[in-house]
Design a protein around this ligand. Structure first.
Ligand SMILES: *Cc1c(COP(=O)(O)O)cnc(C)c1O
Length: 460
């Protein structure tokens, strides 16, 4: 491994964290129904639940917060954000929203206009899928086969399967595919990047069919960094240029600023189609707010504008992606089965390989996530049968997802190497006693986004 430079920042403000004693952790787990969504954050020592909205902001962003212009219409911070969106993404038309799913709501409500319309993607994120389905559409995942092989070392496991996409286009009547998506990086598939070649090829296919091509841009900067590191011919180019190339190939994007916006809240939808932006401004007014604030305070708009420029800084990205990679390598050295190569924002443990004695219907990933919390107060999240599985409408029994993963998401600029070393020791301790871990079953499960609120019990 290359010697890693330390964090490219120094600490100016600290937030105390505490490890609750073991009996307390056990009690929280039982009271929370073995669902880590239902545990208060004060009961968590190292919170790797998500990288979403958990970034530490820079001194520049905090200074920008003080410059918030809270005018209802035409806040100066809106214009700062418009400048950043044009500079980093190349889009001149956009609408701010309260977070990424606000953008998904507008896009799919605007484009999925009749039941059964198909929206293909490399892999839909859970809120993306839920919004497509809520509009009566069908969300189709077309990952390359390597994406489903946890041990595969393909450099761009986030790629969409172009042959299957071509077939879908051929088999589907014109007009039944209102939009095609590409998630950068592929969160549900392990935080894996998509190559520029794949993005451009998909763009060409969509153009030929007249299908609008949108990117779910949550982690666009991390994806661009991987392209620079891994794609032939891209190594000498800047992340900013690569990012522009990505978006030049698209018709628009949805963005959660809670990820690569380095902000705690916010997002936007951008489009090259001015009539669509005008049309979406109506539901925006109804559900989010006036088009120059979109459900956000002026200070939030400013934090995002500054965050979007900071996130394409290459020293930041070198550390960011390097920290996650070193974390993954440390787990691999202990023999822990993770999705390889490590993703950009998280390490994903292959729970079926970790707990082969627990069948997929007994939620091995949920069980492993709970065991990691119980062991050391570390909170991972489940990305498996609870989040992405289905259920039998007759019996309400779970139908397993293709993969059962435990995600250790690394918040941006929050934890040091020492924190992640501790997490490695915790996961290694769970690995040592993995045979004692029990499966789970639903005690209460309701709705399409049931993983947020479900309660589980241990299977004896
Ligand atoms: C987080 C996320 C979203 C939704 O964004 P929110 O800000 O959480 O609403 C959509 N797509 C992907 C890939 C995400 O990671």
């Amino acid at each position: 491994m290359n010697p890693m430079l330390p964090e490219p920042w120094r600490v100016k403000v600290v937030e105390p964290i505490r490890l609750p004693p073991a009996d307390e952790r056990d009690r929280w787990l039982r009271e929370g129904g073995f669902n880590l969504f239902r545990i208060p954050s004060e009961a968590v020592f190292i919170d790797l639940f998500t990288d979403s909205g958990t970034s530490a902001m820079s001194d520049s962003q905090w200074a920008g917060m003080m410059m918030g212009d809270e005018s209802y219409a035409g806040s100066r911070n809106y214009f700062h954000l418009a400048d950043a969106v044009r500079e980093v993404f190349g889009f001149t038309r956009f609408l701010p929203v309260h977070q990424g799913r606000g953008a998904e709501h507008l896009l799919f409500a605007g484009l999925v206009t009749s039941p059964g319309m198909i929206v293909p993607s490399n892999m839909h994120f859970d809120t993306t899928r839920a919004h497509v389905v809520t509009q009566g559409g069908v969300a189709v995942d077309l990952p390359i086969p390597e994406a489903l092989v946890a041990g595969s070392q393909h450099p761009f496991k986030g790629n969409i399967d172009l042959a299957r996409l071509t077939r879908l286009f051929e088999e589907t009547p014109a007009g039944r595919i209102p939009v095609a998506m590409l998630t950068l990086t592929n969160n549900a598939g392990g935080g894996q990047p998509v190559s520029l070649e794949n993005i451009r090829a998909m763009s060409a296919l969509c153009k030929a069919r007249g299908v609008p091509f949108y990117v779910d841009a949550c982690r666009f900067a991390e994806n661009a960094w991987f392209i620079k590191q891994r794609e032939p011919g891209q190594g000498a180019r800047s992340v900013r240029d690569i990012a522009r190339d990505i978006f030049d190939a698209t018709d628009g994007c949805t963005m959660s600023a809670k990820k690569d916006g380095l902000a705690n809240i916010g997002g936007f939808i951008a489009s090259r189609d001015p009539s669509l932006v005008d049309r979406l401004a109506q539901p925006l007014l109804l559900y989010e707010g006036f088009p120059t604030y979109g459900g956000l305070a002026g200070r939030d708009l400013e934090a995002i504008a500054r965050g979007l420029r900071e996130v394409v800084d290459e020293e930041y990205l070198r550390f960011r992606v390097g920290q996650v990679e070193a974390f993954g390598n440390a787990l691999l050295e202990r023999g822990i089965p993770i999705v390889r190569p490590p993703g950009g924002h998280a390490i994903y443990i292959d729970a079926r390989a970790f707990l082969p004695h627990i069948p997929a219907v007994s939620f091995p990933a949920q069980a492993l996530a709970c065991a990691i919390y119980r062991e050391g107060g570390v909170r991972p999240s489940e990305v498996g049968t609870s989040m992405h599985g289905a259920f039998d409408p007759e019996t309400n029994e779970p139908i397993p997802a293709p993969l059962d993963l435990v995600r250790l998401a690394v918040p941006r600029r929050v934890y040091t190497q020492a924190h992640l070393d501790y997490v490695v020791r915790v996961v290694a301790a769970v690995w040592e006693r993995r045979h004692d871990i029990k499966g789970l079953r639903w005690v209460h499960a309701e709705g399409a986004l049931r993983h947020f609120t479900a309660r589980f019990g241990e299977v004896d």
